[in-house]
Write a new protein. Sequence first.
Length: 385
Amino acid sequence: MKKALITGITGQDGSYLAELLLSKGYQVDGIIRRASTFNTQRLAHVYVDPHIPKARLRLHYGDLSDPGLMTEVMYNIKPDEVYHLGAQSHVRISFDMPEYTSDITGLGTTRLLEAIRRSGIKTRFYQASSSEMFGGAHPPQNETTAFRPRSPYAIAKVYSYWMTVNYREGYKIHASNGILFNHESPRRGEVFVTRKITRAIANILAGKENKLYLGNVDAKRDWGFAPEFVQAMWLMLQQEKPDDYVVGTGTSHSVRDFLKNSFEYAGIEIEWKGKGSNEKAIVKSCSSAHQGRLRPGQVLIEIDPKYYRPTEVDHLQADIRKAKKQLGWQPKVLFDDLVKVMMDFDMLGAGLQPPGEGIKILSKKDFGWTNHATTLQQQIQESHG
């Protein structure tokens, strides 16, 4: 069987990629950071005790700051494919931790590529590059768009991108960059804006929170569904020749749009009042199911300047013609569907009964290799019971 090594396996993308590769018969090895608390929740449904014969998922303690350990891992595992997803991946936090972000997100890639070179193994390497590298470049952005990074995170990713190209050209390593635009899911970290929104709405409806605080609600992003993006990663490493690909949906929406759709799906119409940092979103109307808890004029969203970035990226939108043509990849879950899937899960997590359209979307669009469809269906049935 093929062997794959994943850095960042405990993250959103890493967990989906592990599921995908296991469904294809791979042995999957993942590097995780040592912590005093469990940090493998996203893998719990696919984890098998390594003492069980033929267990195909193995986890190894390691850190991208340790070059010796990276080389040792390569020697011992000898993977056919390496998926480098590990990073300090929160853009806003990268302004607060620029040195750490540069070390892990930037130099961590060099350490991994050098481990491949020194070990001499014949493997294929995937680098998780980011749409944030385009920064201030005019949309839509594609593989030939010049990078204009506007955060320590984006700068570190640009460094990793060119290091990947350099090792591809200098050492003939099968190394590809996936320039991924924003991709979300029910497994998205709770500090990222989309999950922050859907989780807060569910908690407001459940009486666990009163309001949501956000920064720039006019930033526009190309939002897609994370399980589809890991399929694109896999496709890149199946190509005869390595290359670089932009992956997204080709559409763009603002944070304000995401808020509007999420609230409306939950049965709430919001209205914006004020300007700038004094802007607020209030309840304009709501379904009868929420009238005992919410009232017209109630403030649900406030702007907090501490969430502003020192340098903002205004508009990202992918031009995915190359991925469509060369990989045969294109997205099935677009913006409206993504909102419904994420809202369904967070409403269930808050003990509420969701509209349930998310489960229909996942069932119709062939994501049976994830645990989502089964889990969501069971939870909805239990909530009805």
